[in-house]
Design a protein around this ligand. Structure first.
Ligand code: DX5
Ligand code: ZN
Length: 230
């Protein structure tokens, strides 16, 4: 399976890191019922980003529930030396893995490893990282998506950095149309339509989904707003 099959034009990806982790399965079920297909799974190693978040052990517990409903798990590896973890994530039920260009000296090798395991692959960049650097590496490694961070990676609920609009536009110019652009950090009703207009089609949403009592309604509102004319 691939992003081409998963994506219905655009996808809003609830970031489970921001969910009520004491009720993880319930959160997933509610969102599946509301129409979510792609879930975002944030992995932090306490090194590339300060917190240690959720690893393959927890992923393994939740992936059968997601897959049984036709959903997929998009893993954002905010970890140093990501090549050490790809196999474990594949075995735990990941469908796609995205690694950070800042800690990945050989993206082509890591993407090759992901493909060997039947995973889709992405390359991410921090707000300070050069657009040209990631575009060159993404083209060389033939990734499926480029993830443009619109906050400094680490925590949910941070304020969106508006430079992201320009950075997404620049990336859209540099990358072929088949390479999706994903945006992560501070995405909400107030910026999602403009992010779509700039060229993003995959929208990670933490606080803008889980900060609301009715997760399903929050998810659907984001989907609707993303496709609204700006
Ligand atoms: C943190 C993660 C994000 C985070 C998004 O850096 O990569 O995916 O959970 O949360 P919000 O949407 O609240 O910024
Ligand atoms: Zn993320």
């Amino acid at each position: 399976m691939s992003w081409a099959e998963w994506t219905r034009g655009i996808e809003v990806e609830p970031s489970l890191y921001a969910s009520d982790l004491s009720r993880l399965a319930e959160e997933v079920e509610t969102l599946l019922a509301a129409g979510t297909r792609v879930f975002h799974w944030d992995v932090g190693d306490g090194h590339f980003i300060p917190p240690i978040t959720m690893g393959p052990i927890v992923l393994q517990a939740i992936s059968p529930l997601v897959h049984a409903a036709g959903g997929v798990l998009d893993c954002h590896l905010m970890v140093a030396a990501p090549e050490r973890h790809i196999t474990q994530f594949a075995e735990a039920g990941a469908d796609s893995v995205t690694v950070h260009v800042e800690v990945c000296p050989d993206p082509t090798e890591v993407v090759g490893l992901a493909r060997e395991h039947g995973l889709q692959a992405g390359l991410s960049l921090n707000p300070e990282t050069s657009i040209e650097q990631v575009a060159t590496a993404a083209l060389e490694a033939e990734v499926d998506l480029v993830l443009c961070m619109s906050v400094h990676p680490g925590y949910s609920g941070q304020k969106f950095i508006p430079d992201a609009f320009e950075r997404i536009r620049a990336l859209r110019e540099l990358l072929p149309g088949s390479m999706r652009i994903q945006v992560d950090g501070g995405v909400g009703l107030e910026n999602i339509a403009e992010l779509h207009e700039a060229g993003a089609t995959l929208f990670v949403a933490g606080a803008s989904v889980f900060g609301h009592e009715d997760r399903g309604a929050a998810y659907r509102a984001l989907v609707e707003q993303a496709t609204r004319e700006t």
